[in-house]
Design a protein around this ligand. Sequence first.
Ligand SMILES: [Fe+2]
Length: 355
Amino acid sequence: MMKIQIQQLGSAALYGTAGFCIFLMLLNRLLILMPDSKGKAPIILTTFVLIVGGGAVFGFFFHTLPWVLAPLALLFLILLGEVRRSFIRRSCAGTGPVNTTPHTMDIRNPITTTDLIVHRYELPCPKWNGTPLRIVQITDLHVHLNLPLEYYQKVIAVAEEAQPDIAIFTGDFISNLNALAKLRQVLRPIGRLETYAVLGNHDYWTNPDSVGAVIRESKIHLLSDESVSLQVGTQKLIVTGYDYPWGTKQKSISHQDNGILHIVLSHTPDNIYRLSESSADLVFSGHYHAGQIRVPMLGSIVVPSVYGRRFDHGHFVINDTHLFVASGIGAANPPVRIYCQPDIFVVDIVPQKKD
Ligand SMILES: [Fe+2]
């Protein structure tokens, strides 16, 4: 009797675990990409109960050898997928930050919602011959009524302290229209030469016209599927704001490399393979919040990407295009980060040394 119960419980656990993995795949690639609405949370919860709970119940009643092979095979395939992901991630890993300040992550303090850090990268670039060009990236502010205004103001002050030549905001300024007035109190130009922005999916889901108006009123150059050129000393660079897939139309981007440094702002890093075939040299993205909830030693769990956790955070190089994916400042509902510090990226573009 006891043996049968253990088999039943083991089978239920196997089916439940396999169901949880399927749920995470659906959540990352489908459910979390649905526009925010009152029905979104119940749909996610119902999917969880049906797949994980239903799987566990199924496993409890069908626990003989042929039946447990199915979840075992699935878990094995998922393990192979993780090995493949880790191999691809390693093959396109860029250099790490040259410094991170302040480094405050402490295992005893899991709530990291406002523990802001700054990652500074140094990027030798064959297309840059002038004095170092400093770019500061702020992404996913998700200005929220439940977080103090002082936190967002500190973020802007820290970004200003870095004295960037160019500052960029890569989308998701708010999650709810009720935070628009607060956003207006936060935004201002940061870059010495220019401050650019693109919208994110949450901006499109709330009201892109209202968010866009606040950005423009704040003297920040909003790029909506468009490119501009900027003169920096004797050199020129091109900056593109790439809205796809969140905007209303798909931007066609130049595939011709004319030797001019081309910087692209794309809210989601999921565009990277498309952009790496264009003339883009650097792509700045956010969107993933580095998972928002991370498990020590394991990392992110839920990342809204068709590539899963492949590009969840950091610097990557794909076909010679450099991708920077910042964790961002705020958090989607609930506005909480666990073992996942908000960050600002500072990227110094320096001339590449000739051999
Ligand atoms: Fe976001």
